[in-house]
Design a protein around this ligand. Structure first.
Ligand SMILES: O=C(O)CCC(=O)C(=O)O
Ligand SMILES: [Fe+2]
Length: 288
């Protein structure tokens, strides 16, 4: 069996212009080709982010609005804020880090699957740590992850891929209550372009979650192996193409076909006896 992906998928560079009548078709064209858009110079303004992405899809309400944790935050209803919670958390994380995020899909539990994911780097935080310790961003097309698995061990891939595509699973978010999907982890797409072109719904802690998940009678063992291999390979492939976003960089990807994650970063540093929290700040949203 051949695993040909016509041309390697990538993030295509664009620059923000006020005129969304020009920018939107360019982004749509990039997404239609299976690539992602990397737009520089985007304004650090929540409404601008919702306005632009709202022309590409329907923004989903953010986690806070759907969460059973009261964050007390009054914010834009659609934007997820990813940031250390100031000094309190800085102290708690005194010797800790803003941990790495494994490759995942936005709202992996949700039905129907959100079709797009957008991430704006608002504040890139402290740079100049060793490579891979600066909160670098990870974006990876799942088709490339499958190709890497197939190249590594064709027989193991055949079995794992078949299981991941056929075994329905149901799991909830950790803190959010909304309509959950019972699609397999790897699911067919109506407009599939080739034999490795599938949708994927990966959650960061999916391997651990399997223990408590609805598996419709299946044994957890083989699924745990397959998911673990998929997530590890996704992380490895993504590491080889990690990018450093600057403030004002906006990335928009197909949330079925691409996973995202990030490298770790130092949570705190001490200057003249004062503990400071890393100011790194990301805004993200999912779109139906
Ligand atoms: O911190 C990051 O760069 C990624 C955050 C993330 O995964 C998200 O906002 O969904
Ligand atoms: Fe995420």
């Amino acid at each position: 069996m051949q695993h040909l992906v016509e041309a390697p998928l990538e993030l295509k560079s664009l620059r923000w212009t006020q005129v969304s009548a020009e920018l939107v078709p360019k982004i749509e064209n990039i997404l239609r080709g299976g690539n992602g858009a990397w737009i520089a110079g985007f304004p650090l303004d929540e409404q601008s982010l919702v306005d632009l992405t709202g022309r590409l899809g329907q923004p989903l309400l953010n986690y806070n609005r759907k969460s059973n944790i009261d964050t007390g935050a009054s914010r834009n209803p659609y934007i997820n804020l990813v940031k250390l919670a100031g000094d309190t958390e800085a102290h708690r994380l005194l010797h800790g880090k803003g941990g790495p995020l494994l490759i995942h899909s936005a709202r992996s539990w949700l039905a129907p699957r959100p079709k797009l994911f957008a991430l704006l780097m608002v504040n890139e935080g402290w740079r100049g740590n060793s490579s891979g310790q600066n909160g670098e961003s990870l974006f990876v097309p799942y088709s490339e992850v499958f190709a890497a698995m197939a190249a590594k061990d064709p027989e193991r891939f055949r079995e794992a891929f078949s299981l991941l595509k056929s075994q329905r699973v149901r799991f909830e978010a950790d803190n959010v209550r909304e309509q959950v999907s019972d699609l397999p982890i790897v699911y067919a797409l109506e407009d599939s372009r080739h034999e490795l072109d599938f949708g994927v719904r990966l959650k960061q802690n999916l391997v651990d979650k399997l223990a408590t998940m609805e598996l419709f009678g299946a044994e957890p063992g083989p699924l745990r192996d397959a998911v673990g291999w998929l997530q590890q390979t996704a992380y490895d492939v993504a590491q080889s193409k990690r990018i450093t976003l600057e403030s004002g960089d906006l990335v928009i990807i197909d949330n079925n076909r691409w996973g995202h994650g990030r490298c770790g970063y130092p949570a705190t540093r001490e200057i003249d006896g004062n503990i400071q929290a890393n100011p790194r700040e990301v805004w993200s949203l999912a779109l139906a």
